[in-house]
Design a binder for this molecule. Structure first.
Ligand SMILES: [Zn+2]
Length: 101
């Protein structure tokens, strides 16, 4: 089980902070440290980093998967995490039973 409600509540909190200019005041580096610290706290409450950062990854410059500062993000994931995900997916696909077309 995951705490989806808690994760999305944190996403809303981050959006409020952004809308009120807190991230602009802090600057990108301090903002990333704050968001990464919030995500670390959320782990004790079974939250998901992808839900916490949803839609904000590029603006924050954080990969939701490895929770590190990144600039090359696609769908919120850095190149390294995308490669890892692709390997997992291809392994999963190869284990699927063959179904003729
Ligand atoms: Zn990553």
């Amino acid at each position: 089980m995951s705490n989806h409600e808690g994760s999305y509540m944190l996403n809303k909190v981050l959006r409020l902070l952004e809308a009120r200019g807190v991230f602009t005041t802090l600057g990108p580096e301090a903002t990333r440290r704050l968001v990464i610290d919030i995500e670390k706290l959320s782990r004790d409450h079974d939250c998901n980093s992808n839900e916490i950062l949803e839609g904000m990854e590029e603006r924050l410059g954080i990969c939701w998967s490895c929770m590190t500062a990144q600039t090359d993000l696609i769908d919120g994931m850095c190149a390294s995490c995308r490669e890892q995900e692709e390997r997992v997916q291809s392994r999963y696909r190869s284990k699927q039973p063959f179904t003729p077309p």
